[in-house]
Write a protein that binds this ligand. Structure first.
Ligand code: IMP
Ligand code: MG
Length: 484
């Protein structure tokens, strides 16, 4: 036991010096903590953090655990060892005969026998835990328990330090108020198999959407009782309870993936999974002037999708519906600049009941500066206790609207519905109910009537499809730059 004591001392010393380094990313520090802990205890160890909805525990770092164990699924803190719920240390001397274990079979197969789980607190709130696993049945001593608790405390210092490093007191207050620590986005180590996955994670980061890379594997085929095929979706978005599978342009792989996704959906009907094609997020990037398709600027309009008169008629119909539905309710129309200004101007002039109108502006994605979506100009009208109609030009992935609806809900409105002129339904990543829809449009990039591509075309009175030379822009190798 003496040797263990000195091992603990060394580990604590190493961890404390790690915490005070300023040149390391948080996930590197956390990996170091877990490795030191596991080594000092001659055991395996892991760090789990809650997602910001406090619904799932996610493996952020681990040492000495088999991959199957880490991928055993998103852990429900209410079902698993409850240290994160109760804030108390949990000790299990024999996992095979203890019903507090959420995945007894996997745990058993991994050869784990005893577990100690110690919660990590930030601002007195449990945010995750450190777990240590031994291969033999083991009775943890007081010394062991104290050691893991010390490590848990040091871990919370590391997280707190890191997250608050650049924050002013005011921001810190706001930050706590929102109760959205979003620890995961800082803490996880993701080694992406493909650059497009990294790009996609940056888009998610921009939209403040929490993600976990390759969170769990699902068995999809069996021979007798043996699993012969597993499927690991690329991303899991805990807040949306949504898995996302990205595909490449290779048609052969796309077909295989499609089949796996269909199998998954059939076998696990409760799972939400979206298949995203490479061209989908290339277009997502293109919209902001980045990515392989961005240079397709300047091809002009290939065809008119809706004439000025068609748009006008549909806008009038929407206005009539809104006038009827909201009679006596004094709703506030909120538009998200700038694409919406034509639509808003026409819509509100056809509404025949009293309304308020306001606008807001949000930041745009930029792959150069690592930015986050945020409100650049907020609405000025008070909306608390009032019904709000969010007016949007176009809904594509739904990522923007997801952020905006949350922001507006946070203002205590009585009702929030969405009215969008164009709905590119095929491209939806996040499903958002639309109460009023002008047109459902095909999967194409449209401009005009306020909508732009890199600030061009807003002043067209009609809506047209942006012409693109698909062949020369989508095949990357040997592609010639389009003339400026
Ligand atoms: P989402 O977040 O993917 O739903 O995108 C919403 C925003 O992206 C819209 O408000 C537009 O500003 C922009 N957008 C999406 N698709 C188009 C398009 O086809 N033409 C012009 N802008 C678009
Ligand atoms: Mg918009």
């Amino acid at each position: 036991m003496k040797s263990r004591q000195s091992g603990y001392y060394k580990a604590v010393r190493r961890v404390s010096s790690l915490i005070s380094t300023t040149d390391k990313e948080l996930h590197e520090i956390l990996d170091g903590i877990i490795r030191s802990t596991a080594r000092a205890m001659t055991a395996s160890a892991s760090l789990l953090l809650l997602d910001s909805e406090q619904k799932n525990l996610i493996h952020v770092s681990s040492w000495g655990l088999p991959k199957s164990f880490i991928l055993k699924g998103i852990i429900d803190p209410k079902q698993s060892l409850k240290e994160v719920v109760t804030g108390e240390t949990v000790i299990i001397s024999n996992v095979t005969i203890d019903e507090r274990v959420q995945y007894p079979e996997t745990v058993n197969k991994s050869g784990i026998r005893s577990v100690i789980a110690v919660p990590i607190f930030i601002d007195e709130r449990p945010v995750g835990s450190i777990r240590v696993y031994t291969k033999e049945v083991y009775d943890f001593t007081n010394q062991d328990i104290n050691f893991v608790s010390t490590i848990a405390n040091l871990t919370s210092v590391a997280i707190d330090n890191h997250m608050l490093r650049d924050m002013t007191v005011q921001v810190r207050k706001e930050f706590k108020k929102e109760e959205n620590l979003s620890l995961l986005s800082h803490a996880r180590t993701a080694t992406f198999a493909h650059p497009s996955e990294k790009e996609f994670s940056q888009i998610l980061d921009f939209y403040n959407i929490e993600w976990v890379y390759e969170p769990s594997s699902f068995p999809v085929s069996w021979e007798n009782d043996r699993i012969t095929e597993m499927f690991t979706p690329d991303f899991y978005l805990p807040e949306l309870d949504l898995y996302i599978e990205l595909t490449t342009l290779k048609q052969s792989l796309v077909t295989i993936k499609n089949r796996k996704v269909r199998l998954l959906q059939r076998l696990y009907p409760d799972i939400n999974i979206t298949l995203l094609y490479k061209k989908d997020y290339d277009r997502l990037l293109q919209r902001f002037g980045y990515g392989p398709l961005a240079e397709s600027r300047g091809h002009g309009i290939s065809r008119v999708l809706y004439s000025s008169a068609e748009i006008q008629n549909r806008v009038n119909e929407l206005a009539a519906q809104i006038s009827a539905d909201y009679s006596g309710k004094n709703p506030i129309l909120i538009g998200v600049l700038r694409g919406v200004f034509c639509f808003m101007a026409d819509l509100m002039r056809q509404i025949t009941i009293p309304i308020g109108v306001d606008f807001m502006t949000i930041s745009r994605f930029s792959s150069e500066s690592i930015s986050k979506i945020n409100v650049i100009k907020d609405i000025s009208l008070p909306v608390e206790g009032k019904p709000v109609i969010l007016v949007e030009d176009i809904i594509d992935t739904g990522l923007t609207l997801n952020y905006i609806t949350r922001h507006i809900r946070g203002k205590g409105v009585t009702e929030l519905v969405v009215c969008a002129l164009f709905d590119k339904k095929a491209k939806r990543i996040i499903e958002i109910p639309l109460k009023y829809r002008g047109f459902e449009i095909p999967d194409e990039f449209i401009v005009g009537y306020g909508l732009d591509f890199l600030e061009e075309y807003r002043n067209l009175p009609f809506v047209g499809v942006l012409g693109r030379n698909e062949k020369s822009t989508e095949k990357r190798p040997g592609k010639r730059k389009s003339p400026k």
